[in-house]
Design a protein around this ligand. Structure first.
Ligand code: NI
Length: 191
């Protein structure tokens, strides 16, 4: 969709909110970038102020389960609990009922997809993995993001990692130089 002269990417940050999230929010505000956060419910319950700050800053917030299990390994009751408790925690913290979900590890199957769909949650994976979770340095994360970015890309990162927050300014600057704009996942997909 959209304007061919202005390629778009969605920066996504999983597993928080955590102890590096506030600094990331400052970086994103300074650079006037809107991103998408896939939140772990128990972390939202521990840091509702950070989830609220994300939503108030115009970032999209989605469901990333309550305790970050592989959802495909769970029975029906546990699976529903992981999803529902997280949406409830996000709604309690932000006032927003989430409409996006990313299964931990990207692990999904028809059962998981069905549980999400029943709840009006659009399943969102990614198409660029920066590899930030592999213990690499910030320069490597930035290089990976910049080399793989393309129009419409959904870029996977984690705001639980200090090196990731360190990498964001270079990613934003590098993509802006190439004409990219930064949108949330709903704005990218039109959902
Ligand atoms: Ni995760």
């Amino acid at each position: 969709m959209g304007d061919l002269t202005q390629p778009k990417v969605a920066l996504t940050f999983d597993d928080g909110p955590g102890r590096h999230t506030a600094r990331l929010l400052e970086v994103l505000a300074t650079q006037d970038v809107r991103a998408t956060f896939f939140l772990v419910g128990r972390e939202v319950a521990a840091h509702p102020d950070l989830a609220r700050a994300q939503a108030e800053a115009g970032h999209a917030v989605g469901n990333h389960s309550f305790t970050h299990p592989d959802l495909t390994t769970l029975g029906a009751t546990d699976l529903a609990d992981e999803v529902d408790r997280t949406s409830e925690a996000i709604a309690a913290a932000t006032g927003i009922q989430p409409t996006l979900a990313r299964p931990p590890y990207g692990a999904t199957d028809p059962t998981v997809a069905g549980v999400l769909a029943e709840r009006g949650l659009v399943e969102v994976l990614w198409d660029v993995d920066t590899g930030d979770w592999k213990g690499q340095d910030a320069a490597t994360t930035a290089r990976n993001a910049l080399s793989a970015a393309h129009d419409g890309a959904v870029i996977l990162m984690h705001d639980t990692l200090e090196t990731t927050v360190d990498a964001v300014p270079a990613i934003v600057d590098g993509l802006r130089e190439r004409g990219f704009t930064f949108v949330t996942v709903p704005d990218l997909s039109g959902t």
